[in-house]
Ligand binder design. Structure first.
Ligand code: PEP
Ligand code: MG
Length: 317
């Protein structure tokens, strides 16, 4: 089975009846991008840009950042999509040169887009650097931890200014869906974005109020919890009403058993860890779109994560 999976890993992702599902990768840098393409990734669905900012004493300059974003873009070439997430720090990801206030609840404090809007200079520098990759690839910019339309509009206004200054107009803009309000309000976000990407790691944490790294809660903090699945369904419904696409870049996308459920809910892009590219593509090829939709409806009717896991184990192909 492994050999067969490897053989088909270079084919485009699709269901057994030919519905296209883009299988792309989560990466940190250009070296990861090269490895992902070799493994059959059709592009990058999440470049975690914070790795450029990590383990250093000062923020990376525009030139330093641009060099890395452009190197990633060159690895992908002009036909593959690249989704660059703007800096996602705070909470579990502190930076020495960006002193954030000591918080009682850092996961509920200054994180993701909130930090960027609090330090617009940092955001502008990063956006200018990202935009330099626009001529090289199918560039997408994604904002993390967005909770309200005000945040999206503020970030987009800054982006629009930097685009006007740089002349790079051809960029898609999206948000991560990892805060419950973004899922609930997906139909209202949809007219103002080009795409959504669901971060099931944080979405699970915030829907269930369970720390994503808590050892004793690891089993319960499962992205297949019916409460999380309902949020994913809501995001897909809200996006579909406005013709916008939905991806999943959290860990759930790399779960073979979850892939047909996500596709059945309306997800058309799965951004997975590089080692999961082959197995996720192989799984998709064993399900038709109608079967994915039926499976998704069955799962949405269940009440506990234990029931969901049991059903998917029984249906596994
Ligand atoms: C997520 O929250 O699911 C996600 C993809 O972002 P990160 O894991 O980097 O927080
Ligand atoms: Mg996250």
């Amino acid at each position: 089975r492994r050999a067969a999976e490897q053989a088909m890993s270079q084919q485009p992702g699709q269901t057994s009846d030919g519905s296209r599902i883009e299988v792309v990768a989560n990466i940190r840098n250009a070296a990861d991008a090269r490895e992902a393409v070799k493994a059959g990734a059709e592009g990058v669905g999440l470049l975690r840009s914070e790795f450029l900012f990590d383990n250093r004493d000062t923020a990376p300059s525009e030139a330093e950042q641009a060099a890395e974003y452009c190197a990633v873009a060159r690895e992908l070439g002009s036909n593959r999509p690249l989704v660059v997430r703007t800096l996602d720090v705070g909470g579990d990801k502190p930076l020495s040169y960006l002193p954030l206030p000591k918080e009682d609840n850092p996961f509920l404090g200054l994180r993701g887009i909130r930090v960027s809007l609090d330090h617009p200079d940092l955001l502008r520098t990063q956006l200018r650097a990202i935009l330099q990759a626009a001529p090289l690839t199918r560039l997408h910019i994604m904002f993390p931890m967005v909770a309200s339309l005000d945040e999206l509009r503020a970030a987009k206004a800054i982006l629009a200014e930097e685009q006007a200054a740089s002349g790079h107009a051809d960029v898609k803009v999206g948000i991560m869906v990892e805060v419950p309000s973004a899922a609930i309000l997906a139909a209202r976000f949809a007219p103002e974005v080009d795409f959504f990407s669901i971060g099931t790691n944080d979405l699970t944490q915030y829907v269930l109020a369970m720390d994503r790294g808590h050892p004793q809660l690891a089993k319960q903090a499962d992205a297949l919890h019916p409460g999380v699945l309902a949020m994913i369904a809501m995001t897909c419904d809200g996006a579909r009403a406005h013709g916008k696409w939905v991806g999943v870049c959290g860990g759930l996308a790399s779960d073979e058993r979850a892939a047909p459920v996500l596709v059945g809910l309306g997800v058309t892009e799965l951004s997975v860890s590089t080692p999961a590219v082959a197995s996720v593509k192989a799984t998709l090829a064993r399900w038709s779109m109608d079967e994915c939709r039926a499976l998704a409806q069955q799962v949405l009717a269940l009440s506990t994560v234990t029931e969901v896991r049991a059903h998917l184990a029984q249906q596994a192909r």
